[in-house]
Design a protein around this ligand. Structure first.
Ligand SMILES: C[S@@+](CC[C@H](N)C(=O)[O-])C[C@H]1O[C@@H](n2cnc3c(N)ncnc32)[C@H](O)[C@@H]1O
Length: 288
């Protein structure tokens, strides 16, 4: 007979702890939820029920994958971002909590500039799972937006997320190399581009280096290639007075600000937003 849900969870937590997994208990619970399809509440209420052979096999497989370093979100195929669940797959970056800083900055900007309720046109460069564009469209019900990525697999996931989160009728997804082939003007351009220096990628934590797609990480020799491309194109695609918001790596604020200044994109004194760890994480520039 298969063990109860409770004891399967306890045993898995112990196994993960012994395997050096820091958040062993939380990870075991999250993976049990996915393996059984039960909610957190149902797992508590039905804790003495047997897990059943099929769920047990699935749960064991998940625990083995976790032990080998695969992140919980990758195993589950979803990641919560700004309070909503986004599907992810091997084509997409696993969205990071740091990127919510960009969402906060964009929504602050919309409030500060009295743009709430306006039919804003948004452009998200390197949309990946679509987490930035879809979140902004969900928060700004009058806005429309375009999500660009050069990875067709990521665009399929982004479309699915837009559909699941009820914004597909205001979102369009385009396979392109940054601005190439795009037309039109936008009020706000957002991007969390690849920004890791190529030589540093193999030294990242295995959770990142082995599971996030390299094209989502690799920012070229100094990590800044994408910022140069984006700064170069922004003026042609932003309306005068429009805004460009980008996420940056925690040591890149000065270098990216300098790239923007050279392209006559103005970074105001209050144009840098820090993340919860206190690192400069998002730069907001205005087109002149
Ligand atoms: C750091 S990920 C960000 C994904 C998502 N926006 C997020 O914040 O989770 C960067 C994204 O840029 C895309 N990308 C890389 N090079 C690109 C290029 N030349 N043109 C368009 N997208 C590109 C990658 O495929 C990846 O999805």
């Amino acid at each position: 007979m298969s063990p109860s849900l409770q004891s399967a969870q306890a045993l898995a937590a112990k196994t993960l702890r012994h395997g050096g997994i820091e958040m062993a208990a939380l990870d075991a619970r999250a993976l049990l939820k996915t393996a059984t399809g039960l909610s957190f509440e149902a797992l508590i209420t039905n804790g003495r029920e047997p897990i059943g052979p099929r769920c047990e096999r699935r749960f064991q497989d998940y625990i083995e994958r976790r032990l080998s370093g695969e992140p919980v979100s990758r195993i589950r195929g979803t990641r919560e971002f700004y309070g909503r669940d986004f599907r992810i797959d091997p084509h997409t970056l696993d969205p990071r909590p740091d990127t919510e800083t960009l969402i906060v900055a964009a929504l602050d900007l919309v409030g500060r500039e009295n743009l709430l309720g306006h039919a804003l046109r948004l452009l998200d460069l390197g949309t990946g799972s679509g987490c930035i564009l879809v979140t902004l469209l969900a928060e700004l019900p009058e806005a429309t937006g375009v999500g660009v990525d050069r990875c067709p697999g990521a665009l399929r996931v982004a479309r699915d997320n837009a559909l699941a989160l009820g914004v597909a009728d205001r979102a369009r997804f385009v396979a392109a190399n940054w601005f190439e082939g795009l037309a039109g003007r936008y009020d706000i351009v957002v991007s969390n581009p690849p920004y890791i220096a190529s030589a540093e990628i193999d030294g990242l934590a295995p959770e990142v280096a082995r599971h996030d797609p390299r094209t989502a990480l690799d920012g070229g020799a100094d990590g800044l290639d994408a910022y140069r491309r984006i700064a170069d194109g922004a003026a042609r695609f932003l309306d005068p007075g429009g805004s460009l918001l980008v996420e940056v790596g925690c040591t890149q604020m000065r270098a990216v600000t300098e790239i923007f200044r050279k392209e006559r994109l103005l970074v105001a004194d209050n144009g840098v937003q820090t993340d919860l760890g206190g690192h400069p994480r998002c730069i907001c520039a205005k087109s002149s």
